[in-house]
Write a protein that binds this ligand. Structure first.
Ligand code: ME8
Length: 517
């Protein structure tokens, strides 16, 4: 049996409206989860990071209490993910009791095992990134990550003994060179490790919006737990750490997706926190690149946020999902523009895929009374795509598991191209004219089976449009079923048998003209 699969996204700060970057990571996680569900149990987690100075400031600017503010904004994130056809298994809010109680228990356990101790912190703090910085790391006196001003903080704080875990981290990195990807991020983290690690301040004295420090000072206004300590733990509190059934089933995570700017937290601090409570590190942390506009990372505070709802509305959520996964090798930065999205939508999706379905169904109607014909002899298409040694389903599953989404879509497009070519070369209209009914029927059967395969293979990427393909083909049963069964053979698995009536409908990807739009 396949090991249960667990994929997470970062939990997002709700200091403003969500943007396309938030949709991006969450869509990628959804593709992984949907793909994993075709093989066995899978669990996808996303959510919101609601504590900290940054969220407290945003609430204050809007004349709200932080709780009012977050309660108001959380539905926007949930609506965003629904608008992008994301089906998460759980959505964690760090203000939920299940999270706060577990975080306090973990803090307490670490205080007992000596990994958490009281000390004095003096240094710089970036509110926007909720990050402590050493003077030597500042860039011309500003935050080296976001370039904003930093604040001088001097307070008595609780510390986590991060330095203690340096050797174990080094050993873990050396023994598992694939545990942080891509390689550039792995190398960057190794360089930090080789320099050495300082203990981490994990409380904030002058902040009220957070999880109270447990123990003797609890509730006495003597400070809250540092937002990153609180936030990182969401990945296990959501599963019911320490003894929830989900935790026992799904931990350690198969893949934790993050943007590269938060790699340090997830690949140095996070495993150390886990080890401190006797848990295993995740199998893989993948730090992906940024969506940029004119070379700048898209982000609310940089003022170049594009409205992700408007984009899904305009191009269709599945076309956006396709664009996000197809545009660049996963891991790299890529720039966003409406022209590029429109091109992918019109060319790859409209011309290649949408027309293939439309042409095929029109011919099945015209030449075969709208009924899927009987298969002919074994054909070159089935040999090319369904042979065990070159099986397209296996290749795609392998590429998705490796997070090579662009390559997986390119592999799927080999089938799209081959089916289009079969139509262009074999010219069904001539076969019909020449009365070669048997050949014509065999070709139409092949095209229908090819499209059945495409709907199944594309389902994790474009769930709604793939389901519409499935519907128009007249296919029965579950499109999201076990690939080993549904793609076992080129021919029929019972979902699209000869005699099925096809149900042609509207164009899958109606053309979008940017100028007149
Ligand atoms: O960092 N391109 O939250 P956040 C690609 N709360 N992905 C992007 C992106 C862009 N331009 N902008 C944002 C936080 N993202 C913390 C995380 S986790 C325990 C706590 C995505 O709201 C990307 O996944 O700033 C990035 O890491 C995340 O949103 C940051 O979201």
């Amino acid at each position: 049996m396949t090991r249960p699969y667990y994929v997470t996204t970062p939990i997002y700060y709700i200091s403003g409206n969500p943007h396309i970057g938030h949709a991006y990571t969450t869509v990628v996680a959804d593709v992984l989860a949907r793909s994993a569900r075709t093989r066995g149990p899978a669990f996808m987690l996303t959510g919101t990071d609601e504590h900290g100075q940054k969220v407290a400031n945003a609430a204050a600017e809007h004349g709200k209490t932080p709780q009012e503010w977050t309660d108001e904004l959380v539905p926007r994130w949930q609506a965003l993910f629904a608008a992008y056809h994301v089906e998460y298994d759980d959505f964690i809010r760090t203000t939920q009791a299940r999270h706060e109680t577990a975080v306090q228990a973990i803090f307490e356990r670490m205080r007992q095992n000596g990994d958490v101790y009281l000390g004095t912190y003096e240094g710089w703090y970036c509110v926007s990134d909720e990050t402590f910085w050493l003077e030597s790391k500042l860039a011309e006196g500003r935050c080296p990550t976001c370039g904003r001003e930093v604040q001088w903080i001097s307070e008595e704080d609780w510390f986590f003994r991060l330095s203690k875990y340096r050797d174990r981290l080094l050993a873990h990195y050396r023994a598992n060179p694939q545990w942080v990807r891509p390689r550039s991020v792995y190398n960057e983290m190794m360089a930090i490790l080789e320099e050495g690690l300082e203990d981490l301040s994990i409380s904030r004295t002058n902040l009220e919006w957070g999880i109270p420090i447990p123990g003797p000072s609890a509730g006495s206004g003597r400070g809250v737990i540092y937002v990153w300590f609180d936030a990182l733990l969401n990945y296990v509190t959501a599963l019911g750490w320490p003894d929830g059934e989900r935790f026992r089933t799904f931990w350690p995570a198969s893949v934790q997706l993050i943007g590269k700017e938060i790699a340090r937290f997830h690949t140095l601090i996070w495993p150390s926190l886990l080890w401190s409570i006797g848990e295993a590190a995740p199998e893989l942390v993948f730090a992906h690149g940024w969506i940029t506009v004119e070379g700048q990372k898209i982000g609310k505070s940089l003022g170049n946020a594009v409205d992700p709802f408007a984009l899904a509305e305009r191009f269709g959520a599945d076309s956006m999902r396709y664009f996000l996964l197809r545009e660049a090798p996963f891991g790299s930065d890529f720039s966003y523009s409406e022209e590029k999205i429109a091109q992918r939508h019109n060319n790859d999706l409209g011309n290649d895929l949408g027309n293939l379905l439309r042409r095929t169904l029109t011919m099945v109607q015209k030449y075969h009374s709208g009924i899927v014909p009987e298969p002919g002899e074994r054909t070159s298409l089935s040999m090319r795509f369904a042979d065990p040694s070159t099986h397209l389903g296996e290749r795609v599953a392998g590429l998705v598991t490796q997070l090579q989404f662009r390559e997986a879509l390119e592999a799927i497009w080999e089938l799209v191209t081959a089916l289009n070519r079969a139509i262009d070369e074999r010219k069904p209209w001539n076969l019909h004219k020449e009365g070669r009914q048997h050949e014509l029927a065999a070709l139409l059967y092949d095209l229908c089976q090819g499209l059945r395969w495409l709907a199944i293979l594309l389902h994790p990427f474009m769930p709604e449009r793939a389901a519409e393909m499935w519907r128009q083909l007249g296919a029965r049963g579950r499109i999201e079923g076990d690939w080993r069964q549904s793609l076992a053979a080129w021919g029929d698995d019972g979902s699209l048998p000869p005699g099925t009536a096809v149900v042609p409908g509207d164009a899958l990807f109606p053309r979008i003209d940017l100028v007149s739009a």
